[in-house]
Write a protein that binds this ligand. Structure first.
Ligand code: AMP
Ligand code: MG
Length: 486
């Protein structure tokens, strides 16, 4: 079924623990992503869903798999933990997709591993469905993210704050190497390990750097740039990751670990959803700063291999950290210029965006609908934009300043509304809809989950049959807190 070629398993023993999934009582296929399976050249017999479920739940280990739990460390809310590792995720192996790209197939919730600490190695249905929905929504929005291949019920209970149904999430990633993977070796003073890991990720994710004069310095810069660009994309769709610990930041530049994440409904730059993020460390607007902080932790790991002369290595690292800030700014303004329908660059564009965001924040306006409405306004239909503001006078004033700016665009007017609709989504995975899908699924009704997935397939289109997925929550539908995906 899978054509495995497992490069991570060929790394030295200390990179991982070999471990088999722990079979579950009653595997049942909840959702299988056929389209993605096709891209991954996975051959499945859909006429035998029980066998497929048994494989995806880890009961039957497919031929060619070399199941393992990856070792990693990480800063969790700023505190360093020298050993985390896959405590409930098992990497089955890697496949080469139709574009020749190597992708990990991982079972999340497949049972205990040597890294489980006090955890049970399992995942609950709710968080599995949340990760399924949000990762597929991200992909449809065009934002790099790990993907969902399947969700399988285990037929077992898991004990969290309450008793919940167990499930396994089958995750696909460009790789699961994280900033925390480097930290694992750095914490042990294992420079050979750092070098081997760096060479591995250059080979896998940044092959163009192989010939760089200083490949490890180049790697640090390349990872920094991908993360800066990724975070700019998050801000462009109002995404709050929620738990940007260094073990939840990939080296590939894909968004990973959709736990207490959420998309903004009403805009506030300090919005936090995670029930455990008391200080707002991972609030919406703190994300670029935290990204840079995480890259600084990666830089510390790479110092010994960047240059024998540590003063020189520190200079390199500091330069990259500065460049991260610049690259983020460039990416951010590019994202928001596109959202505003601007094709040229004029000084003061950043201020124009900030002014809009201030008016939105003051009015608690819906992030998604404001920008969607602005795209309509490019065609002269201001109603939807203005309707997002309880007192539209400031918004109307801002529209005027926007139109003055558009006048400077020259002849680029034609097609502006279309271009704006193509970057300002109509449908995002709103929290109350995810909650609704999870609640129904907990009672065995997956129709809300299915319909939500369908609505999110074409986020830039307004399809009348999914109009109800565009509306923000009513006050009593509002979800203010999401919980860690454990
Ligand atoms: P996460 O919050 O999912 O990013 O996980 C942080 C760390 O806790 C990772 O090392 C996970 O493997 C581990 N972990 C989370 N939940 C469990 C669980 N139920 N059993 C064992 N380990 C877990
Ligand atoms: Mg994690």
């Amino acid at each position: 079924m899978f054509h495995f070629d497992n490069s991570y398993a060929r790394l030295p023993d200390r990179f991982y623990a070999s471990v088999y999934p722990e079979p579950v009582e009653g595997p049942k296929l909840l959702k299988f992503n056929e389209k993605l399976a096709g891209e991954l050249r996975i051959e499945v017999d859909l006429s035998d869903p029980d066998r497929l479920a048994a494989t995806l739940a880890g009961n039957v280990v497919p031929q060619g798999a070399t199941p393992l739990a990856m070792a990693y460390a990480g800063h969790q809310f700023g505190n360093f933990v020298p050993q985390l590792g896959d405590g409930r995720a098992i990497l089955l192996g890697e496949v080469i997709d139709e574009h020749g790209m190597r992708r990990d197939i991982q079972l999340k919730g497949a049972g205990p591993t040597p890294f489980s600490r006090r955890g049970d190695g399992r995942a609950a249905l709710g968080p599995v469905l949340r990760e399924y929905v949000v990762s597929e929504a991200m992909a449809a929005l065009g934002i790099p993210a790990t993907r969902a291949l399947a969700a399988v019920a285990t037929g077992e209970q898991v004990y969290r704050e309450t008793v919940e149904q167990g499930a396994v999430f089958v995750r696909v990633a460009a790789s699961h190497v994280r900033v925390g993977t480097f930290q694992f070796f750095a914490a042990r003073g294992d420079n050979d390990g750092i070098k081997a890991l760096a060479d591995y990720v250059i080979d896998r994710h940044y092959p163009e750097l192989k010939t760089a004069e200083n490949r490890y310095a180049a790697l640090l810069q390349a990872v920094a740039f991908r993360q800066a660009e990724l975070i700019a994309r998050w801000l462009g769709v109002g995404f709050v990751h929620g738990v940007m610990n260094t073990d939840n930041m990939t080296i590939s530049g894909e968004t990973i670990d959709f736990g207490p994440c959420a998309f903004l409904d009403e805009y506030h730059q300090m919005k936090v959803f995670s029930s455990i993020d008391h200080g707002g460390r991972y609030a919406y607007r703190n994300q670029p700063g935290i990204g840079q902080w995480n890259i600084a932790r990666l830089a510390e790991c790479l110092l010994p291999v960047i240059d024998e002369d540590q003063d020189k290595a520190v200079d390199v690292a500091n330069t990259v950290l500065k460049e991260f800030g610049e690259r983020f700014q460039t990416a951010w303004i590019a994202v928001f210029r596109a959202k505003l329908g601007l094709q040229t660059e004029v000084d003061g564009d950043g201020e124009l965006v900030q002014n809009l965001l201030s008016v939105m924040q003051e009015a608690e306006a819906d992030f998604t609908l404001v920008f969607r409405g602005l795209a309509d306004a490019a065609d002269g239909a201001d109603e939807r934009f203005l309707a997002q503001f309880s007192d539209p006078s400031k918004a109307a004033e801002w529209l005027k300043s926007w139109r003055e700016r558009l006048a400077q665009e020259g002849e680029a007017d034609a097609g502006r509304a279309d271009a704006m609709h193509a970057v300002n989504p109509a449908v995002i995975p709103r929290n109350h809809r995810i909650q609704e899908a999870i609640s129904a699924a907990n009672y065995g009704d997956f129709s809300f989950f299915e319909r939500l997935l369908q609505a999110l397939e074409k986020p830039y289109e307004e399809r009348p049959e999914f109009a109800d997925y565009m509306t923000p929550p009513t006050p009593d539908e509002r979800v203010t807190r999401t919980f860690c995906g454990t």
